[in-house]
Ligand binder design. Sequence first.
Ligand code: GAL
Ligand code: MG
Length: 956
Amino acid sequence: MPVDLAGLRFWASPELTSLHRLSMRSPTGPRDGSPWFRRLDGLWRFRLLDRPQDVVPEVGDAAFDDGTWDEVEVPSCWTMQGYDRPHYTNVQMPFPDAPPSVPDANPTGCYRTRFEVPPSWSGRRVVLHLGAAESAVAVLVNGALAGISKDSHLAAEFDITPFVEFGASDNVLACVVVKWSDGSHLEDQDHWWHGGLTREVFVRSEPPVHLADVKAIGGRSVDLVDGTLELRVTVDGPDGVPEGWRVDAELRTSGGAPVDLLGALGGPVPSARGFGFTGHVVRNRVVVPGAPAWSSETPTLHHLAVSLVDPAGDIVDEATVRVGFRRVEIGGRELRINGRPVLVRGVNRHDFHPDNGRVLTADDLRADVVAIKQWGFNAVRTSHYPNDPRFLDLCDEHGLYVIDEANLETHASMFTLCHDPNYLSAWVERGARMVLRDKNHASVIAWSLGNESGHGANHEAMAAWIRRYDPSRPLHYEGAVMLGLDLGSSVTDVVCPMYPPIERIVAWAEHPVAGDERPLIMCEYSHAMGNSNGCLAEYWAAVESHHGLQGGFIWEWWDHGLRQTLGDGTARFSYGGDWGDVPNDFNFCLDGVVWPDRRPKPALWEHRQLALPVRLRLVDGAVRVENRQDFRGLSWLRLTCDVLVEGAVVESVEVQLPDVEPGGSADLDVSPRGESLLFRVLLAGDESWAPAGFELGFAQLDAAFEREGVARRPVALESGVVGWPAAVVEPPALALWRAPIDNDWIRAGAAGETPADRWRKWGLDRASTKCPPGIEHRQTFHALDGDGILVEEEVVVGDEYGDLARVGSVLVIGAGLEHLEWFGRGPVETYPDRKLGAPVRRWTSTVTDEYVPYVKPQEHGGHEDVRWVRLLDEGGRGVELRFDDRPLHVSVSHFAARDLAEARHDVELVARSEVIVHVDAAHRGLGTASCGPDTLHQYLVGPGTYRWRWSVIPVG
Ligand code: GAL
Ligand code: MG
């Protein structure tokens, strides 16, 4: 019978969340290798139509001729396969239609494939699994409508038994995927819009009486000594479950050893029906004496094997679940994991891939988790939807706390849809189905109701459902939070603001709301757009010194730059507008701590440093180590120490690291000497996420600092003429401007003027040729005893210049001086409010390598606390700049600031052959103002008098 999909108009019916979709369950069924599992991923027939109304009723029929259709890979985003286009918007919807309407022009992908249902499957039920379809899908099997589903980030399963032909290899599966649906209004997250079948597709065979779901939640006893396991096994069959069926369950360690339990697992499946019947459910609650606790530091998992046994004693269905025993509680302004108020060092993560949109392989996911661990994070918020389910398996395994978020963001209609009864079912289901899928993951410590969707009755319904189904985890929802007011506690158990200024969270901590037991964990903070993440250290100082503050999640992991090949073959990372996508939000999607290919941005060094499991300090002349972890000793770490003099290593030693308990400290057997001690914190053995020897970070302690090398004496210039070293092609001029970083485009001030706008208006970008009025610059030159020039500079900045980018000098060095050495912070770039991730010592590099590839070019490559810098040619000749009075901020580059400011993409930059050197007496902090607070006051460059002295000395 032909199916009239157009008549159904399922894509514009918010009350229709699904049709014939099976209840969500935990993914415990058979997988690759099992005779009951068939993967359908691969090349499918594909045709993209302009509107869902154009789908012909015969599209799913076996006889329908798809021979002229294209072939595409499933899973994939069709937008990344040459169809339609990716489209980037943040708050605004990509189309003007008000909910629940969608545009008439509505790309609709028709997919067809053929699949075998083996004869051995006959007599059993066949379930189709669609991992994800964006944003609404109708499924046809051999021409019959098997069902409909919405929610672009959760799987849909359908019982297709009645429609398949057993023993046939040409069963036809057709999926009609409609890009814009009523559901799109609930999926207005800040990322690219795509379309397609974006996760795996498979069919599996289940016995008629089968395991419908296994809920297995590991916890800990109140005294935290023992593990606990809540097990709830649901069995189902075509006519209920007759007498005589049984569930067996067995718990083993990950190594396979049986585990002793207090209480029994498994039992007979109730078969009765009618009033008083609680379902075909087997429930157990057992104690696992002395079971090791799961935490991000100690991710120990156990294996639970569940089998369904028929009356004859045969096992007919099986499930395995990995269980971690941990307890999550809220109380006394703490979120406690296993009794400890763990500090959340989190990051927000989207499913993202530069070539595939949001289609990820197991390797992609693993690489993410490994990198997230390596950079010192202990938590992830799956912003803003349930991530690929394999991601949570990896978090269980490697140890990451997860806030699992429902696929619900109505940013453009923030204050309406949450009250709209037409969307009530969608609301509840998006939360409930996430919880049903992910309930067994030890890593999930809280459920998030979504993001930026206001706070309405629909949220209350979702929260109530989740609280009743899973009392073991707290709820998280930013949309209901107002700092300092006890609002929203019905839908959120944590106070989880986004981008609060430091003084606001401190004020919150210092003025508790009576009766509010909730801790504060920032759901988003430290916006990583471009060269950013200033003041991370100050956030952490506040968190560590105030009870009630428990950290937060950096925004965000990925720079969402999609790789795009231009007509001339150039490949670039693209952002909003690059695909002709209108309207768009430009480069606001480039705000991650990793670039689109997962290379780390410099900000990660800062985070890693702040997250180090140990802290080293000088106390009464001794080096003291403090264990800052919650659950682990120090035996997994190794410590080496370099003794530095004039920035060079004069001695290297291995330091004995005592095994201090969490929170404890001990003095090390190492005496301060040289100018500073540079400790490296390394892995003693292999961890699942990094090999032995991997460096977690460092600690640098100043020792008795006797600086060698005396500054050379200035003498009068002969004949008053400055004899610059030959390498200097343009002598030092005044520099007050930088190529604006994204944070410099702050939407602030009554006039809507950003610092970057003001700098232009003031002419700061032209200061080297024309000093802006109200600013005075004096340079005095002296010859140096021996050779070279001493430059004395004074800049007086008038009160009308409230906020400058920098005060310094810029000079140009001739081509060929490519080799770079410096004594200062490195190797990664540092700025006044982001410099802890880089120790002070001697470094070598090249001018070319100093480039930092922000996708939209901007100021980069700065080094704080530089004592000297040398630029040399291959023969070791060149020039040295010395800052003997005080260390300065230096950058060297093949790009002038205006080159960076004018380019829209990194690939447009053309390197100059000469070297542009900036020497700054003051450089503005970075802050995070592209979304959040600006840098702190002490890092601004304002009016006043700046004096600095430096020498330019020929080398060789
Ligand atoms: C938040 C939002 C994120 C992202 C971020 C800015 O408001 O929750 O999804 O848009 O701002 O990058
Ligand atoms: Mg948003």
